[in-house]
Design a protein around this ligand. Structure first.
Ligand code: G3I
Length: 357
């Protein structure tokens, strides 16, 4: 009898432990965010005409009220992380699918949030029909033209800025030999900019890359922007992706200096994909969080201090939905944790925006 009740006791304990461990953060309702929307990043940024933003994913936008609440409370600009890419919007040659992006744009309009589009001509995220189509120069020009005309035309007047050509430059400074470059020639960049301008005369046009510091790649990206301007291509800005300490430099002085030379060309700089993986910092977890916070603050300050930078977009806002978690082994790069609690990085940015009110 005693043995039976002992076994029953063990079974109950096992059941409790199992049920706790199987309740992962993916199913457990997260606690409410602890920041106050009344004094949000968004509010502080808006007061000074600054755009503070995040990349977003449609799934949590649809399923998770906390995601929506923090998003609308904290940010005044968004970029769909994946859903304005070529293969999502244009899966077959004669078929476009705007469903997901239409929903994102509608959410943004309901909450008075600007939307940026990323990326019209990129070597990645292309559908197989483009990559394997073995198209001639004329055919590929027609495909890119049709893509830009249809996509940019569909959202005419609704997209604040388009990333027209993404990652056009190689690490060694040469133009990246993408399918567009190899088949159409280097003029694909001028053409893409021109076609985008024709499809929406009001949207801002930028080229985007991880070329923020001072090195061969950033020199070549700068030269490209300068030549485009000299040729009269409709280019308004450049995007500094800013995956800091991962794809991009984490040296703020270099970035400040680089921004300055774009100002001399009459070009704005937008920080478009900022994130800062924590495992690049030494020390205890608390020290890593502090170092991450300092870097967020330093780079925000670089942008605030520059005459030609008024947009800072992060590549997500909660570690729960960062691309880095799944792809690179890099960790916790964003300003809210898995449970939507603001991290020291959030408070550092908040103070930086508040301090210079
Ligand atoms: O959603 C599909 C799913 O249906 C499918 O079953 C699965 C199988 O592969 O893929 C899922 O899509 C993935 C998508 O992320 C959503 O998670 C794609 O494979 C994957 O390639 C995609 O990765 C994205 C990557 O760009 C490539 O497009 C990342 O989320 C995104 O954060 C990353 O973002 C890039 C910028 O566009 C450009 N700059 C660098 C930045 C980081 O790499």
């Amino acid at each position: 009898m005693k043995l039976r009740s002992f076994i029953a006791y063990i079974l109950v304990i096992v059941a409790i432990v199992w049920s706790i461990s199987s309740t992962s953060f993916a199913t457990k309702p997260p606690p409410q965010p602890t920041n106050s929307a009344a004094e949000s990043l968004r509010l502080l940024a808006t007061k000074r005409d600054f755009l503070i933003g995040t990349a977003i994913k449609p799934q949590p936008l649809q399923d998770d009220p906390t995601y929506r609440e923090v998003l609308a409370g904290e940010f005044n600009i968004i970029i769909p992380e994946n859903h304005t890419k070529f293969w999502r919007l244009h899966p077959e040659r004669d078929r476009y699918d705007f469903t997901q992006v239409d929903a994102i744009v509608q959410f943004a309009q309901e909450h008075d949030i600007k939307v940026m589009g990323h990326a019209l001509a990129w070597f990645h995220a292309l559908p197989r029909w483009v990559v394997e189509g073995n198209f001639s120069r004329e055919e590929l020009m027609e495909i890119l033209h049709d893509h830009i005309q249809t996509v940019v035309g569909h959202y005419r007047g609704q997209i604040y800025a388009w990333d027209v050509v993404n990652e056009p430059v190689e690490a060694n400074g040469s133009l990246r030999e993408t399918i567009w470059y190899k088949t159409i020639g280097p003029e694909y960049i001028d053409l893409a900019l021109r076609w985008t301008r024709e499809a929406d005369p009001e949207t801002l046009l930028y080229i985007n890359d991880y070329a923020e510091g001072l090195n061969a790649k950033s020199q070549s990206f700068y030269n490209l922007a300068k030549e485009l301007r000299q040729r009269g291509a409709p280019l308004d800005a450049v995007g500094f992706q800013s995956h800091l300490g991962f794809l991009s430099t984490n040296n703020p002085e270099e970035v400040a200096e680089n921004m300055k030379r774009y100002a001399e060309l009459g070009l704005d700089v937008m920080i478009t994909e900022m994130d800062i993986p924590i495992n690049q910092f030494k020390g205890t977890p608390e020290q890593q969080l502090e170092a991450q916070a300092k870097m967020y603050r330093d780079f925000l300050k670089v942008c605030l201090d520059a005459s030609n930078c008024n947009t800072l977009v992060m590549w997500g806002f909660t570690d729960r939905h960062s691309w880095m978690t799944g792809f690179t082994g890099s960790k916790d790069p964003l300003i809210f944790d898995n449970f939507y609690h603001p991290k020291p990085a959030y408070h550092a940015m908040w103070e930086e925006l508040k301090g210079s009110e």
